[in-house]
Design a protein around this ligand. Structure first.
Ligand SMILES: Cc1cc2nc3c(=O)[nH]c(=O)nc-3n(C[C@H](O)[C@H](O)[C@H](O)COP(=O)(O)O)c2cc1C
Length: 384
């Protein structure tokens, strides 16, 4: 039973199993962050430095943990943040994660750097879909991606605004991580030590960045380091006007992902965004930047009545979700929490981790004495 997903009771357990199952460069790409990883650690620590104050004897037989965010009703207040390259972590990649999202009635975010196409994902699931747009230098590509999402009935879109250049992810530099994976001596060794992963990687459909491959060779046919990809391909002139234009062309629910200041949260409203993801990209970009949870109250106080505020990053426990909701977030999202599980056990792994987290949220709501998430408030939270 050791080393099986049934034995994984926490995100930490899944992380340990993912570490065993993946070649080092792939594990460290998921797990790593920028510079000294101070922000990455703080993202979770921030939740641990305030305490929940429960009320008791409230009658908690029936729990409703649903929420509505970006006009989408989600059965649970936690959804799948968009993450790149999922077929590298498990050969079923986005297909496995999308199906798990559907089972849990929650939103599935797909990255511009996804390894399943917008069209495949659209056919796959009926629960809300979020497309994450990286604005590339190639304007034709940007327009094509938005049009494809419209044609495929995506309900929501976000533009990631914290990745104007690649973060300094030193673990990737040490391991020599590239896409596609390069067959150098150290990665060959790593493959040999993880034969199941290597077999699946080499025998399933050809590696590609499904949504970009017709415009960009890097990452599909031309090997690139992920940091260099961003620095070379992303439009560094991106500004508020350009994002406003994208939103106008899109015309549906629209979020900016990676907003951290009150000033920018207000500007997001001015350009017509309907949501913001308070996020620092899981600590993978600007190390030393503030954690989303530390910054949440200020942002909710300034704009929470005009725009949906989503708290993203560092979430590993149901109690972390309850704390963010208590401060006024409409929903939470996470990346590594489900990527470890994907690596550990494909769709079954993702379902197990989401089941664990849903159980935690339900148990924690009961222990807090609330039956719906709108009953959570700052009265239930004390900062030390
Ligand atoms: C392996 C990995 C790949 C990611 N790829 C993307 C991406 O393609 N686009 C994006 O906007 N964010 C990406 N992110 C950031 C996530 O959307 C999210 O902000 C982050 O994972 C939140 O932190 P957490 O992992 O602690 O939950 C990625 C994160 C990870 C861990």
């Amino acid at each position: 039973m050791f080393g099986s997903i049934n034995n994984c009771h926490s995100v930490k357990d899944f992380r340990n199993l993912a570490k065993k199952r993946l070649p080092g460069p792939v594990f460290h790409y998921i797990d790593g962050a920028a510079d000294d990883e101070v922000t990455y650690r703080r993202n979770t620590e921030a939740y641990e430095q305030c305490d929940l104050v429960p009320n008791v004897l409230t009658g908690v037989n029936n729990i409703d943990m649903s929420t509505t965010v970006m006009e989408q009703k989600l059965d649970m207040p936690l959804y799948f943040a968009p993450t790149a390259l999922q077929r590298l972590f498990h050969h079923d990649g986005e297909i496995a994660v999308g199906k798990a999202a559907e089972k849990f009635g929650t939103m599935f975010g797909i990255s511009s750097l996804g390894t399943a196409s917008i069209e495949e994902v659209s056919k796959l699931i009926s629960t809300p879909k979020l497309f994450q747009l990286y604005v590339h230098n190639d304007k034709g590509l940007n327009k094509e991606l938005v049009d494809r999402c419209k044609d495929s009935n995506f309900e929501t879109m976000c533009v990631t605004v914290d990745t104007i250049v690649g973060g300094n992810r030193e673990r990737d530099l040490h391991t020599g991580f590239t896409i596609p994976m390069q067959l150098k001596l150290n990665s060959m060794m790593s493959f040999a030590l993880h034969p199941r992963w290597a077999f699946n990687y080499l025998t399933h459909s050809k590696w590609e960045l499904s949504n970009l491959k017709n415009h960009i060779a890097e990452g599909t046919n031309v090997m690139t380091n992920i940091g260099d990809y961003f620095t070379k391909m992303i439009d560094q002139s991106l500004n508020w006007k350009a994002v406003e234009e994208i939103n106008k062309n899109w015309g549906k629910q629209f979020a900016l992902k990676g907003i951290m200041s009150v000033e920018d949260a207000k500007r997001a409203i001015d350009i017509g965004a309907t949501a913001i993801m308070v996020s620092n990209h899981g600590g993978r970009q600007l190390d030393g930047s503030r954690s989303p949870f530390d910054q949440l109250a200020e942002i909710v106080d300034a704009v929470g009545d005009k725009i949906d505020v989503i708290c993203e990053g560092g979430i590993r426990r149901g109690t972390h979700v309850l704390k963010a909701l208590s401060l006024g977030a409409k929903a939470c999202s996470g990346g590594r929490m489900y990527l470890y599980a994907l690596a550990a056990g494909g769709q079954k792994g993702v379902e197990k981790v989401m089941g664990n987290l849903r159980n935690e949220i339900e148990r924690d709501m009961k222990l807090m004495g609330v039956t719906s998430i709108d009953q959570l408030s700052r009265k239930n939270l004390k900062f030390r």
